[in-house]
Design a protein around this ligand. Structure first.
Ligand code: NIG
Ligand code: FE
Length: 398
């Protein structure tokens, strides 16, 4: 594999404390897919030498929570919600997740692939080098597997590093005679062992909510995942304080996502479990939510905060991670440094990726160059910039 030496760069990255800082170095050497060295006096020869001409060199961004693979769209529900019908009501009337399940099941693999690829390219264009993609719009064996296979192929075709999450426990399948308990039996006894055996996913997720699955059902899924040696994460405390975050912490979840209704007294459990708080301001915005996630308590307990798009056709049809960093600042009160750490080091943490999300010797060589005044510009402006060069695993893709 070839090597690249980038000279004359301004380099910024999160440090070990999670602060996103400008570091005292102008050169970065990529070799064998890794960051080999960062410094000011690197004299190694490399196959490619790039003059960054004072552009900023940042780690590739990581979107740690997306539902990128789906069929159809839910513009009709958007219209209904604008007229005052709420998300839970639409869901109880058979719309919501169930309507996307019907549309996803109806697509063959090639069509699903093409539609997903178009969305994936939006993320790649904006400097995302790693993306998590969930299943959860199939809710039967065949379609869940198809979604996870499409997610894998997205990685092969775009060069993006794709992390896959099995979200069989997203909703009760539409038109199914199964009770919630019977469906959870199927998820735990059939799907999770199959997904693990065929290495179709890196983690298991659950929608723990009134319109999703209850705490006991969520725990069954977490136990089955643990038995299959898969890490867990959870859609929790999005619409109500259902105590999903505390349960997730008990299972040392990689992340708890949404968490607008997370009780302050439960925050310390996340800190002890090393669980990342994933903020999804896009869903907050689309649902016109008023309840804010407990940001100050998360800060006080030093719980790492990641930011993600939650890209999905219902609650967050936003194919722009940088837009979501801006929303996290404006809507949730994050600082720009927290926002940039939230799509790099902490997003890596939410996926259990110890070698990604920072510019540091030994880390994966996922790197972008940006022609900007300063890194904050990317959070401050919406749709202002695209990277001028991108390397994923040391390979130049732009
Ligand atoms: O992250 N909360 C559950 N899942 C998605 C929404 C999925 C949908 O409405 O299609 C979310 O918001
Ligand atoms: Fe989600």
């Amino acid at each position: 594999m070839s090597s690249t030496l980038i000279n004359n760069a301004r380099i910024a990255t999160a440090n070990e404390d999670g602060d996103f800082v400008h570091i005292d170095a102008t050169q970065i050497l990529l070799r064998e897919g890794k960051i080999k060295a960062i410094g000011n006096h690197i004299t190694d020869t490399a196959d490619h030498v790039v003059d960054a001409d004072q552009q900023w060199c940042l780690p590739g961004f990581i979107d740690c929570h997306t539902h990128l693979v789906y069929g159809g769209n839910r513009a009709n529900e958007f219209t209904q919600r604008l007229q005052g019908v709420n998300y839970e009501t639409i869901s109880q009337q058979g719309g919501g997740i169930k309507s996307t399940v019907r549309a996803t099941r109806a697509l063959d693999e090639d069509t699903l692939m093409l539609q997903t690829l178009r969305r994936a390219r939006r993320f790649a264009e904006e400097g995302v080098t790693t993306i998590e993609i969930k299943s959860g719009y199939g809710l039967d064996k065949e379609t869940e597997i198809r979604m996870l296979e499409v997610a894998h192929k997205v990685g092969e075709l775009t060069g993006l590093n794709v992390q896959r999450t099995f979200l069989g426990a997203h909703a009760l399948p539409p038109d199914s005679p199964m009770s919630a308990e019977e469906y959870i039996d199927f998820v735990c006894q059939t799907m999770i062992p199959y997904v693990a055996e065929h290495q179709l996913a890196d983690a298991v997720d659950v929608f723990c909510e009134r319109v999703g699955f209850n705490l006991a059902q969520t725990e069954r899924v977490f136990m089955a995942a643990k038995q299959a040696n898969l890490r867990v994460k959870g859609h929790v405390e999005q619409l109500s304080d259902s105590k999903g975050a505390a349960l997730a912490a008990k299972y040392r979840a990689l992340s708890v996502d949404h968490i607008e209704y997370l009780a302050e007294e439960d925050v310390h459990l996340l800190a002890s479990a090393g669980t990342v708080a994933v903020l999804l301001p896009g869903a907050f915005y689309y649902l016109k939510e008023k309840q804010l996630p407990p940001i100050d308590a998360l800060r006080q307990h030093r719980v790492p905060m990641a930011i993600s798009t939650d890209m999905n056709p219902g609650t967050s049809p936003i194919a722009s991670l940088l837009t979501c960093t801006n929303m996290a600042c404006i809507l949730f009160g994050l600082t720009t440094s927290e926002a940039l750490a939230g799509i790099t080091i902490h997003a890596a943490g939410a996926l259990g990726l110890a070698n990604k999300g920072r510019l540091k010797q030994g880390f994966d060589a996922d790197v972008c160059l940006w022609d900007i005044e300063s890194p904050e510009s990317l959070v401050y402006e919406i749709n202002g910039y695209r990277p001028t060069a991108i390397w994923i695993g040391g390979k130049r893709v732009l």
